[in-house]
Ligand binder design. Sequence first.
Ligand SMILES: [Zn+2]
Length: 86
Amino acid sequence: MAFEILKIVLAVLGGLALVYIGLRVLRFVGQKPPDPPPPGSLRKVKLKYLCTICSTELEVKMAPVEDPDPPKHCGEEMNLQAPIDD
Ligand SMILES: [Zn+2]
């Protein structure tokens, strides 16, 4: 009897977890991209990022802030390499 109740509780918890994950995915997919920054507000930066999964390198030359969030590649945030000095 206790085993049956445990199975029901686990099934309900599993269902709730699936609903929660589904809602998170829908919220992520439904997000609007941020508005473009006003003209003239971009800063010159020289940042180099590396994807730890596929080794793609990316250089960021302009950003709305001096220390922007790292871009994502292969679904993961890219690693900031040392800033490029002239
Ligand atoms: Zn990648």
